[in-house]
Design a protein around this ligand. Sequence first.
Ligand SMILES: Cc1ncc(COP(=O)(O)O)c(C=O)c1O
Length: 354
Amino acid sequence: MLNFRNGLADMPSYDVVERDWKIKVNANECNMNLPPLVAERVMSRLSRVAYNRYPNEEENALAEQISRNFHVECENVCIGNGSSEIIEKLFYAFGGSSEHKIVYPEPSFSMYGIYAKAAEAKGVPVPLDEDYKLDIEKFIKVVKESKASMAVICNPNNPTGSALTLSEIEYIAQNISCAFLVDEAYIEFYGQTAAGLLQNYPHLIVARTFSKAYGLASCRVGYMLASKEIASMVEKAYMPYHMNVLSLAVADICYQMRQEFVPHIQMMISERKRMAKELKKFEDFIVYPSETNFLLVRHPSAVKLNKALMEAGIGIRSFGNAPRLENTLRISMGRREENDAILNFIQGFFEGRV
Ligand SMILES: Cc1ncc(COP(=O)(O)O)c(C=O)c1O
C-alpha cells in the first residue's frame, strides 16, 4: 500500500492548459527569445562550462553581480530555481504549523495558497476590493490580528495587473513586524521596486525572476534580496547544489547584458497599452488597468470565448471558478502580429464568424 503524506492527494495543482499552441499567451512569458547579441555570448559561455563538476562558483558570481547592482552584500542575495523555489522555501521557512499564518491578497498568484498548504502553514487570503485594489489598512489589520509569520504582496499583482505604490508598500512595512515578502515577478514593467526599502526594513524580502522581462522562463532562475538572517535560513532549506550550472551561466550573461532587454520590455509595455485600447472597443469588455506584461479582461461570454480561442490554437489563461475571477481571462502580450491575430479572432467571435 502506498502511504503518502497527509493532505498530498488533496493538494491543488497549478493548472495551466499546455499544448502546442499556435499563439501562446497564457503564462506571462516574454514573447521574444534572447536578443541576438546575448544569445551569442550565452553560446560562447556554455562552451566553457565544466559539465563534469557540481556547480561551484557560478551561483556566487551571479549573486555578486546582483548584490553590486542593489548595493547590498552577497549574503543578502539568494538565487533560486525560478522565484518559485524561493517563494516555496520562504513559505517553508515561515510555515510549519497551523499557528504560522501567511497572509496574502486574493486574487493573486495562485501558488501562494498551495505553498501555504505544502508548508503546513495556515494561508490567510485577504480579498481585494471590487476593482481589484488592495485595502492596505485591511491587509495590515489581518496581518496583525492573525499574528502572521509572513505577509505576502505581489507587486504588480498577478493576475489582476494592479500595483501598489512604493509609499503604500513602505506604509505596510512600517506597520507590520513579521516577514514581509514583496513578489516582484513583473517589476520591470512597472519600475517601482521595493528593493530600496530593504536597508530600513530588515523584515522586508524582495523576490525577483528572470522568467518574465528577461525571457528566461526555460532556465528557471530567480533571486531574493533579504536580510542576512532571512537569506541564511532560506539557504538551509535548499538541497545541496540546487542550481544547475547551465541556468546560472545563462542568467549571469543575461544580467550582465540587461540593457539589451530594455527594448523587449518597452515593446511589451507598448503592446499592453495598445491592446488595452483595442480590447476596450469591444462591447461589454472590461479591461483592468495593468502595470505588467499581461491584461486581465472580463466579459460575460469569457468562458465561450476562451473555448473558441483554444479550438483555434490560441492559448490564453482562464481561471475557471477561482474566487473573484469568474468571466475573466488573462492575456499575456504576444508579438504585435500575434496580438493582431487575437484581436481579429475576438472580433470574429463577436460577429459570429468563428
Ligand atoms: C507573481 C508570480 N510570482 C512568481 C512566479 C514564479 O516565476 P518563476 O518561478 O518562473 O520565477 C510567477 C510566475 O508566473 C508569478 O506570476
